[in-house]
Design a binder for this molecule. Structure first.
Ligand code: PLP
Length: 385
C-alpha cells in the first residue's frame, strides 16, 4: 500500500475529495493557509499602522531567500514577480532577437510562453518556429533538430503542462551553446515536484508560477535570471524595482542591483507570505523524496491502464515526468469521463484532449484506486456516449 508522503490532514480538501490536480490549481496546505490568515489579521489589514516601508521590502527578501534555497541560486539572481506571465511577456524585449532570426517554441506548450512572441512578431521581423509534440517521440531531440545558426531564442517548459513530457535541458543547452542561442525555460510544472538546481540547468532565465506544485496562492511568480539577464533593463520597470522603492528620484532610472529590479509594484503580501511557508514545507519534505513518491504512484497507476482500455501519452518513461500522467482512450470520449470524475469528487484536468492526472506528495494508493475504479466503469466493453 503506497501511503502519502505528507500529512493528509494538512489538506482539508482531501477529507471529501480525491484531488489529482496539483498541475491546475494546487491545493494550499493548512499550515500555509493559517500563516496567511495570521498575516492578514495581525498585519495586513492594519495598513501602515502595523507595517512600515521597511517591512514591505522585507516581505520580498524573506521569500527571495527561501526561493533561492529551492533553486540553489544566489538571491541577487532571484526575481519576484506577480505571475510567471509577468516575465514571460517581457522575454522578447529582454532577449532582443536579431531581425530575421528564428524563435523556437512548442506548439502545445502553455500559451503564456508563445503568446508574447506572437504579439512581438507583429511589430518585429522574426520567424516563429513551432515544434509539435508527438506521442512516444523525443521532444528534446526534435527541438535540437530545429536549431540552427539563424535561431536566436528558444522558450520551452521543462515539463509540458498537458502531457507531462520532460525536456532534457542539459542536452538542449549543449546545442544552444553551439549557436549562442538564448534559452528560457518555464519550470511552473516542475518546481516543487522534482529537484531544480540552476547550476545544473544553466539557462538564461528560469521562470515559475507559485500556485501549482509550490503550493502557494495566485499572484506570485519567481524567476532565476542569469547575471546578464538580471542586469538588463526591464520592459516594465515599476517603482518596486528601484534600489530603495521608498526613496526614488526623477533624475535617472534607478534600478535595484540584480534581479530585484524586476518586481514592478506592491504585491499581494498575503501570497508572498503563503509562498514562503509553502516552499519551506516542500524543502522539509525533500524534493528527491517527493519525486520518488510520484514515481511509485505513477508506476502503480500505469500498470493497470491498458487492461481497462487506456493509454499514456508516452509509453517510454524516459520522456515523461513522474508527477504528470496524461492518458487517453482510443475509443472513449475523455470529456465525458472527465466530467463524470468531477461529479464523483475526483479532480483531474482535461488538457488538449488528454486526461491529465497529477501525482502529488499528499496523494496515496487509495486516490489512484478511486480514479481507476471510475475509469474502469468506462472501460473497454462499456458504452462511450
Ligand atoms: C507551464 C506554465 N507556465 C505558466 C503558467 C501560468 O502562470 P501564471 O498564471 O503565473 O502566469 C501555467 C499555468 O498553467 C503553466 O502551466
Amino acid at each position: 500500500m503506497i501511503k502519502s508522503l505528507s500529512l493528509r490532514s494538512n489538506y482539508r480538501t482531501l477529507e471529501n475529495y480525491t484531488y489529482l490536480n496539483q498541475a491546475s490549481l494546487g491545493l494550499i496546505s493548512e499550515k500555509t493557509t493559517q500563516a496567511m490568515h495570521a498575516f492578514l489579521d495581525s498585519t495586513g489589514k492594519h495598513g501602515n499602522a502595523f507595517m512600515s516601508d521597511e517591512d514591505e521590502v522585507g516581505y520580498f527578501e524573506n521569500l527571495r531567500k527561501k526561493a533561492s534555497t529551492l533553486f540553489n541560486c544566489n538571491t541577487e539572481n532571484l526575481a519576484i514577480l506577480s505571475s510567471a506571465s509577468d516575465l514571460l511577456n517581457q522575454i522578447p524585449y529582454l532577449t532582443s532577437p536579431k531581425n530575421g532570426s528564428q524563435i523556437v517554441l512548442v506548439s502545445s506548450d502553455f500559451p503564456a510562453l508563445y503568446r508574447p512572441w506572437q504579439a512581438y512578431s507583429k511589430l518585429n521581423k522574426i520567424k516563429l518556429k513551432f515544434i509539435n509534440e508527438n506521442p512516444n517521440s523525443d521532444l528534446t531531440y526534435n527541438l535540437i533538430n530545429s536549431l540552427d545558426k539563424n535561431t536566436s531564442v528558444i522558450v520551452v517548459s521543462y515539463v509540458q503542462y498537458s502531457t507531462g513530457t520532460i525536456v532534457d535541458i542539459n542536452r538542449l543547452k549543449k546545442e544552444t551553446n553551439k549557436f549562442g542561442i538564448k534559452l528560457v525555460v518555464d519550470v511552473t510544472q516542475a518546481a516543487g515536484a522534482i529537484p531544480i538546481d540552476v547550476n545544473k540547468l544553466k539557462c538564461d532565465a528560469l521562470i515559475c508560477s507559485g500556485y501549482k506544485w509550490l503550493g502557494g496562492h495566485g499572484g506570485v511568480g519567481l524567476a532565476f535570471l542569469s547575471n546578464d539577464m538580471a542586469k538588463s533593463t526591464p520592459l516594465m520597470p515599476g517603482w518596486m524595482g528601484a534600489t530603495n522603492p521608498f526613496n526614488i528620484s526623477f533624475k535617472e532610472l534607478d534600478l535595484a542591483p540584480g534581479a530585484k529590479r524586476f518586481t514592478q509594484s506592491t504585491m499581494s503580501y498575503l501570497s508572498l507570505k503563503g509562498l514562503e511557508v509553502s516552499i519551506q514545507e516542500i524543502l522539509d519534505l525533500g524534493l528527491e523524496k517527493i519525486e520518488n513518491h510520484s514515481k511509485k504512484l505513477k508506476n502503480y497507476f500505469i500498470s493497470f491502464l491498458s487492461d481497462i482500455g487506456y493509454q499514456t501519452f508516452h509509453d517510454e518513461k524516459i520522456y515523461s515526468a513522474p508527477h504528470i500522467v496524461s492518458i487517453f482512450s482510443p475509443e472513449k470520449k475523455m470529456y465525458t469521463i472527465s466530467k463524470s470524475l468531477s461529479e464523483k469528487g475526483v479532480f483531474c484536468s482535461l488538457r488538449n484532449g488528454y486526461l491529465r492526472v497529477s501525482l502529488a506528495h499528499y496523494n496515496n494508493q487509495k486516490d489512484i484506486d478511486k480514479l481507476l475504479s471510475i475509469l474502469e466503469d468506462y472501460g473497454s466493453n462499456k458504452s462511450s456516449s
